[in-house]
Design a binder for this molecule. Structure first.
Ligand code: SAH
Length: 204
């Protein structure tokens, strides 16, 4: 998977590849999708939820440019796979999911792997996680109608956020960087995530 889907498409940072190699993806997909755990696509993990395609996880992890002491927020825990990958690179990861059952399952998997620097939160991540802010890095893994202001506000100076923004069924991955009270936005690639719902997301 790493060689054919990820290195072949340009993600070559050895730290990112090592992080991916350290997390067994098959533990994060449902029993009836086991055979497809390493296939080149997203897989369903619930009614309106998916575990992202391996390439997108790799691409976003690489472009978030996580440093070893970083405080990272992930919005949209889902299966917990992306959080487990980020945990290999960051100082600490907070991940928020509005579906309590999914969050509990994700937590069980991640803790079962002995990963101890991820904190699981249940709630509306469209408003971020003010009590743990600021964050050096924020990764949003659900598609947003606009960049949620609350998330931008929770970025530390020098912080970076990756966020898919656009229509409900097709988005562009944006990188929002905060420097000295100003924000800079660039467009990275076209992508397709399930909807971010909640106060600053789409109507459920
Ligand atoms: N990062 C996940 C994939 C996320 S799929 C993984 O590695 O498996 C998107 C997730 O965002 C879904 O689980 C969905 O329930 C969640 N979500 C949608 N809106 C949300 C919100 N406002 N707050 C928190 N989670 C949300």
């Amino acid at each position: 998977m790493v060689r054919d889907q990820i290195v072949a498409r340009g993600v070559t940072d050895p730290r990112v590849l090592a992080a991916l190699a350290a997390v067994p993806r098959e533990l994060f997909v449902p029993a009836d999708s086991q055979a497809e755990a390493y296939a080149d696509r997203a897989l369903p993990i619930g009614p309106a939820q998916t575990i992202s395609q391996p390439f997108i996880v790799a691409y976003m992890t690489a472009h978030l440019d996580v440093l070893p002491r970083d405080r990272v927020l992930e919005v949209g825990t889902g299966s917990g796979y992306q959080a487990a990958v980020l945990a290999q690179l960051a100082g600490r990861v907070d991940t928020i999911e509005y579906d309590a059952a999914l969050s509990a399952q994700a937590r069980q998997r991640v803790e079962g792997l002995g990963i101890a620097n991820v904190t699981f939160h249940v709630g509306d991540g469209s408003a971020g996680l003010a009590e743990r802010a600021p964050f050096d890095r924020i990764m949003v893994t659900a598609g947003c109608p606009v960049v949620p202001d609350r998330l931008t506000e929770q970025l530390a100076d020098g912080g970076v956020m990756l966020v898919p923004v656009g229509e409900a069924d097709a988005q562009v991955l944006l990188r929002v960087s905060r420097r000295g009270g100003r924000t800079y936005t660039d467009r990275l690639l076209e992508c397709r995530f399930v909807k971010l719902v909640g106060r600053y997301g789409w109507d459920a």
